[in-house]
Design a protein around this ligand. Structure first.
Ligand code: ATP
Length: 218
């Protein structure tokens, strides 16, 4: 018997780009479950975002329009202090109960550094992993790889936690850093959904040069 899964995709989303969206889509389709996209408030592992939490959430809402199973979620933005994924996992595990599959979606670059995350050893009891491929990503430590047994979508749906799905698609060499550089240089980026590009230019985020077009073609 399988119970409906819930997938969580956390990130800075500064801004959300096509690789985030295609990755979330791939997980929703593979597992037949909703994916909650959670912008973090104070990312513990990196520099602070340029856009506010409210702006990053607004861009996610625009990007997910028309895809009811991709759900922007402000839970981390409403918490105090650093956004530890462990707190988020515990919150959603309590919400859905002990039996439903809970899936943490991460890029392969994040998987390769999971051993540095706060109390990552607690994760296999709380959630599965769905790992998105990412060009240039390194490999996980043996300890991390061994803690989550690689499995199929059906295998993940048959247990609440502790398994790992390695997706082979999408394979997109994109980053928010590259998007911000393109925006500062030319006011547009092909890696952005059109409504997100328009929002950025309207709000003059990411140092878009004055006079950049207020609509884009993509
Ligand atoms: P930045 O360039 O600002 O570091 P980013 O593009 O890596 O940003 P984040 O918001 O930091 O985006 O990432 C959120 C999650 O999305 C992370 O788990 C990351 O590994 C994953 N991710 C981001 N870009 C890709 C990509 N091109 N392919 C696969 N996963 C990705």
């Amino acid at each position: 018997m399988t119970l409906p899964a819930l997938a969580l995709f956390g990130g800075t989303f500064d801004p959300v780009h096509q690789a985030h969206l295609s990755g979330a889509r791939a997980v929703a389709d593979a597992l037949g479950c909703p994916v909650r996209l959670l912008p973090n408030a104070v990312p513990p592992h990196r520099a602070q975002p340029l856009a506010t939490g409210e702006q990053r959430l607004a861009m996610l809402q625009l990007a997910c329009q028309g895809q009811p199973d991709l759900i922007p979620d402000d839970w981390e933005l409403r918490q105090q202090g650093p956004s530890w994924s462990l707190n988020t996992l515990r919150h959603f595990r309590t919400e859905i109960g002990p039996y439903r599959p809970l899936v943490l979606v991460i890029g392969a670059d994040s998987f390769a550094t999971l051993h540095k995350w706060h109390r990552w050893q607690d994760y296999p009891a709380l959630c599965h992993l769905a790992v998105l491929p990412r060009p240039g990503a390194g490999s996980p430590t043996l300890e991390v790889a061994g803690a989550f047994h690689e499995n199929t979508p059906q295998g993940l749906l048959a247990a609440p936690a502790g398994r790992r799905l390695m997706l082979s698609e999408p394979w997109l060499d994109l980053s928010a850093t590259g998007v911000r550089q393109d925006l500062a240089r030319q006011g547009t980026s092909t890696a952005l959904p059109a409504p997100v590009g328009a929002y950025i230019r309207t709000h003059r985020l990411y140092n878009v040069p004055p006079g950049s077009p207020l609509t884009d073609s993509g």
